[in-house]
Design a binder for this molecule. Structure first.
Ligand SMILES: Cc1cc2nc3c(=O)[nH]c(=O)nc-3n(C[C@H](O)[C@H](O)[C@H](O)COP(=O)(O)O)c2cc1C
Length: 171
């Protein structure tokens, strides 16, 4: 029944370390609070990412643009429990500023989170992360998303995605 909420923006949740990074594609990412800055991610119990977040208590939410869709698909269809996704993907992992989980250089922004709460929600665990640091590139240089030059990813269904356009609509 959750299909009625789509299209939904698609992100990468990165767990692990710079030496052993594990990126996972995630639609279920939600802003929760300005002060403190809190961000929630919902991770199925069977994901390798869950094991890594439980061990290390941090993660990074990276914001990909449509050029990264092939890598986003790999991160969302291959489990780090079986394969090292770093070898399959063409992105560059970089040290984050304040957490052990690495960032992705090619992403428009990287939000570094420390887990402050985790709640079992059915077949997923909802991790509440405090955003302790952020890095971003030109897509956010003006203090807001540059939707003219950067196209963000939205998930429609299965292997179908769409992207943002540059039309601004005012209420
Ligand atoms: C577009 C897309 C969105 C996804 N969103 C989520 C999500 O929000 N939560 C989740 O647990 N899995 C989600 N998945 C599935 C995981 O990304 C996928 O099972 C991945 O292979 C898990 O990797 P891991 O085992 O290395 O953690 C999504 C997959 C795709 C393709």
């Amino acid at each position: 029944m959750l299909e009625y909420l789509y299209p939904i923006r698609t992100y990468l949740v990165i767990a692990g370390t710079i030496d052993k990074p594990n990126p996972m594609t995630a639609d279920w990412v939600v802003p929760l609070s300005h002060t403190p800055a809190l961000l929630g991610v919902s991770i199925a119990h069977k994901r390798y990412t869950k094991k890594l977040i439980d061990e290390q208590k941090d993660f990074v939410v990276a914001v990909p643009t449509i050029e990264l869709l092939k890598d986003v698909w790999i991160a969302g269809t291959v489990s780090g429990a079986r394969k090292d996704k770093k070898d399959l993907m063409s992105v560059t992992f970089t040290e984050s500023k304040s957490v052990k989980a690495p960032s992705i250089k090619e992403c428009a922004a990287n939000l570094e989170c420390k887990v402050v709460q985790d709640v079992v929600t059915g077949d997923h665990t909802f991790y509440v992360g405090e955003i302790v640091d952020v890095s971003y590139g030109d897509a956010f240089a003006g203090g807001k998303p540059d939707i003219g030059d950067y196209r963000f990813i939205l998930h429609v269904d299965g292997a179908s995605f769409t992207t943002t356009g540059n039309e601004i609509v005012k209420p």
